[in-house]
Design a binder for this molecule. Sequence first.
Ligand code: PLP
Length: 388
Amino acid sequence: MSTRKPATIAVRTGIESDTQHNAVVPPIYLSTNYGFSAFGDVPKYDYTRSGNPNRGLLEKTLYQLESGQGAVITNCGTSALNLLATSLLGPNDLIIAPHDCYGGSYRLFNTRAQKGDFKVLFVDQSDPQALSHALAQKPKLVLVETPSNPLVRVVDIEQICQQAHAVDALVAVDNTFLTPVYQKPLELGADIVIHSTTKFINGHSDVIGGVVITKTHELAEELAWWGNCIGATGTPFDSYMTLRGLRTLSARMRVHEESATHILEFLKKHALVGNIYHPSLPTHPGHQIALKQQSGFGSMLSFEFAGSFEQLKTFVSGLQLFSLAESLGGVESLICHPASMTHRAMGEAALAEAGVSQQLLRLSVGLEDADDLIADLEQAFALALEQN
Ligand SMILES: *Cc1c(COP(=O)(O)O)cnc(C)c1O
């Protein structure tokens, strides 16, 4: 079983497991509660906040794909991060987070730290000196996000795990951008993997969800206890939908990446494109690490628009196949201006610190035909040039 490839695991999970009607696809159980067959005989599932067959199947599939031993499905990626931080850390414990992490993660850790729930340090984890300095303060948890959002910076998971474990810190990796199809953090030494399943894992922009996956059974049990205690767990319907999306993950990731490669070729040659950020580019500072620790480069990319801000706005509103919207990893292509959208909660100083400029645009390359996507970019750039 364990030697099966991810595509096979995801497609076959739960198939033909229905014992009542031999349904090929596992049925959805919306019931909030389950009967006790006898007095005092606690069933496997009793109340849906603590457990549900659809959520259980999604958990098992995701931890198998990530080579973990347990998982907790949460109602969003943010609550997965919140579950992790609030259950594992107390007021005197320190978490080290990337200085360029997802905007919502930054807001969560920052405001909770201000309230005194735990301490946080935002660190450039690609700077060995900054990282060593932070680790000397004996954190309890190190959060890694690679590739990062929105600049797709890459850090060395294996190396950070070695350094963090040397000071007895746990390492959690937010693997939302690559998914287990292209990166397996637990195999690189991490203790925990986090996903916003809202993104590639569900992949259809119609479910908000998250997961915490652990290397050990014990840590999963502890987090499941907390998930039930604070009410962070996901709903049966969301779990059903997410598993439906997950079945095609490998196939989708391949096409996402192939189209991103074509788009990069086009962008490289365009006069209105400045720096491009994608780990596949040999000029990308994390290119060598990406080659070592990833089995694909992924499809998230960003670039600096090399015209005026007015031209940038014309370009963005001229696009017809890239919707101006937050989120990523769905079948539909998206464009995002991080400074005014996903990352606006960071504030100007933190944005500058993280290198997120007003000229930066992020693309989530969807599954439309790549030729059509390139034609769309081309006509929108032309509109921007006309404006000059
Ligand atoms: C979207 C996202 C999150 C937050 O997940 P939600 O499902 O929106 O709560 C966390 N990390 C990364 C990298 C994300 O892209």
